[in-house]
Ligand binder design. Structure first.
Ligand code: ZN
Length: 185
């Protein structure tokens, strides 16, 4: 069934779609490219640094990221911790996490007003397919590595509230209840 780009909306917790395991993308078509473009626009409109297809209601294994260069992170380091622009990852697989896990405060466009400390390894490798149909493998560190892990989690139905450290989990309990109460499926 064709995707109606104009109808795509960011799904907020507890939308059931956010808990699904997304399906691999078999063919990269004009529609895949159009959806990726739309997702990049939605990510910018919402001032996010990443957005996964299940967050816009599509059970597809695809996400977009744009981690801008800033103090302490760069697309030019080896491995990079930022991107030069928006990037699209299709059917991504993460491998080779290295380094001791580090806590960092994460937010999520599907969990408005919720932030919390999540521990993740600081370096990771990704193998994915780009919109040109070519597979690539890259390694990242810092915020880019974290962003890949956060967005890949979305493809498996995992949210930051599942990974938050205990203190953060307790702090966001009432905000989560508010989202549950306000949800209109
Ligand atoms: Zn998220």
């Amino acid at each position: 069934m064709p995707v109606d780009l104009a109808s795509l909306r960011i799904q907020c917790y507890p939308a059931p779609m956010l808990r699904n395991k997304a399906a691999p993308i078999e063919n990269i078509t004009d529609e895949t490219r159009a959806v990726a473009d739309r997702m990049i626009q939605m990510m910018y409109d919402s001032e996010g640094i990443g957005l996964a297809a299940p967050q816009v209601g599509l059970s597809w294994r695809m996400f977009v990221v744009h981690v801008p260069e800033d103090e302490g992170r760069s697309p030019a380091t080896d491995p990079p911790s930022a991107t030069l622009g928006p990037e699209v990852y299709i059917n991504p697989i993460l491998t080779n996490p290295t380094g001791p896990v580090e806590p960092y405060e994460e937010g999520c466009l599907s969990l408005p007003d919720i932030r919390g400390q999540v521990q993740r390894p600081p370096n990771i490798t990704i193998t994915a397919t780009g919109l040109d149909g070519k597979q690539f493998t890259r390694t990242a560190s810092g915020l880019l590595a974290r962003c890949w892990q956060h967005e890949s989690d979305h493809l498996d139905g995992v949210l930051i509230i599942d990974r938050m450290m205990q203190m953060s989990r307790l702090k966001c309990r009432s905000a989560l209840r508010d989202l549950e109460r306000d949800f209109e499926g």
